[in-house]
Design a protein around this ligand. Sequence first.
Ligand code: ZN
Ligand code: FE
Length: 252
Amino acid sequence: MVTKETAAYRQTPLEIAFFPCLSDNYGFLIHDPKTGRTTTIDTPDGKEIAQQAKQRGWTLTEIWNTHHHFDHVGGNEALVESLGVEVVGHGLDKKRIPKLTREVHGGDIFKFGAHDVHVITTNGHTLGHIIYYIPSAKAAFVGDTLFVMGCGRLFEGSPAQMYESLSKICALPDDTKLYCAHEYTLSNGRFAVTVEPENTDLKAYIQEAQALRERNHPTIPTTPAREKAINPFVRAESAERLGEIRAAKDVF
Ligand code: ZN
Ligand code: FE
């Protein structure tokens, strides 16, 4: 039974903020005004993340890591030491994510205040890469799995694993906001047109992205709807084809 009180509780929306970190990463903060909990997705720059939280009057309570690369966990230790925050990450990465305190696995759903957070495994860039999907916010934090017109390099996983991971992300509702961890859009676009020179949606979007970047605006979040129209990795008809495109991008 949904009482008046629980309905109102559910309706308090999460606040999401993002900002550039390091050379081309993004930092993300999610704040639940109801409980005061605030999380950062990954820790590209601990100092910047702490500062961004502080200037909004938010107290960082946790870190949700997507994978173990240094530009995603580099600020973990400093933030744990200074603020005593909890660190959530994939169980498989417990030796690779500094200060991990809470292991999660694909398929887990945990609570952030009244909001459900779905943990989805997206192997490919690394093994044990996870994304965080929050249906109530229509938002997913996709780390280095999907980028605008691109996907993460296959450091640990196979083309088949990345194919499955991109399929999972693009199976989310079409208007889900996909928060990618890097601003790689323009360089991805330069490659994407070599794969799909006839794609008019792709060409139109690249113009849009160029205009945004000229004003130093971010090109994220993207959506499954957009990526299904313009992302050559998402549009690859098979895992094998995705592997070919990825190999071509690696030497582009
Ligand atoms: Zn990475
Ligand atoms: Fe990265």
